[in-house]
Write a protein that binds this ligand. Structure first.
Ligand code: ATP
Length: 213
């Protein structure tokens, strides 16, 4: 579904990723771990075409075959089916839960809303609440839900469980497992054991290089 081959990434002259290769299949959850500064966030940004300059290939498969998206603009990667939730969540804190969901909605917004609210039932009770008045865990769910409104096929998540109460971590984990069973591919940067222990594969990044699990 997603295949990264021999990827190098650079911030100016500084190289942050070295010859990284990995794949995420449909229905697979790959969890990426490593120390601070290892390059985990950079890898997700590189796949989305954000902020960092890359060399190498990023293949995405969809109906009709595989395409190299490594030179595509970010919005085109998103339209093709890559969904990304950044570490800082990027919510519109002045907007309500429902408004945040609909900012991202494409066609079929009603059906998509019903689907994401079934995945995160707690959001149903908060639809009219401004995002600023939600807990960190609830905001994280909303950030994932908002990305799901675009109906991605591959989801890239940067530390979705960091600093979140264990009960909400369990809800996020269950939602991700449900998405996986629907056939989404998941690439998740995460140290939290509750989630990491459910990975199909763990990858370690060490100083910008992948070390297998
Ligand atoms: P953390 O767990 O702290 O988020 P990480 O594994 O996600 O760490 P990255 O944030 O990807 O690591 O950083 C990888 C390297 O790239 C680090 O050396 C970092 O200083 C550098 N880096 C990250 N963002 C930028 C930037 N915008 N400009 C320049 N260098 C950057």
């Amino acid at each position: 579904m997603l295949e990264v081959k021999n990827l190098n990434a650079f911030y100016g002259q500084a190289q942050a990723l070295f010859d990284v290769s990995l794949r995420v299949a449909a229905g697979e959850m790959v969890v990426l771990q490593g120390l601070n500064g290892a390059g985990k966030s950079t890898l997700l940004k590189a796949v989305m075409g954000l902020q960092v300059r890359t060399e190498g290939s990023i293949f995405y498969s969809r109906e009709g075959g595989q395409v190299d998206i490594s030179r595509w603009e970010t919005h085109r990667r998103a339209q093709a089916g890559l969904g990304y939730v950044a570490e800082d969540r990027r919510l519109f804190t002045g907007l309500t839960v429902r408004e945040n969901l609909h900012v991202a909605a494409s066609r079929d917004a009603k059906a998509q809303e019903a689907r994401v609210l079934d995945l995160f039932p707690i959001l149903k009770t908060l639809l009219g609440r401004p995002a600023a008045q939600m807990s960190g865990g609830q905001q994280q769910m909303l950030a994932i839900a908002r990305t799901l409104m675009t109906n991605p096929k591959v989801l890239l998540l940067d530390e979705p469980c960091e600093g979140i109460a264990p009960v909400l971590v369990a809800s996020i984990r269950d939602a991700l497992l449900a998405l996986k069973s629907e056939g989404l591919g998941l690439l998740v940067v995460e140290q939290n054991r509750l989630l990491a222990e459910r990975a199909d594969r763990l990858l370690w990044l060490v100083a910008g290089k992948v070390r297998a699990s």
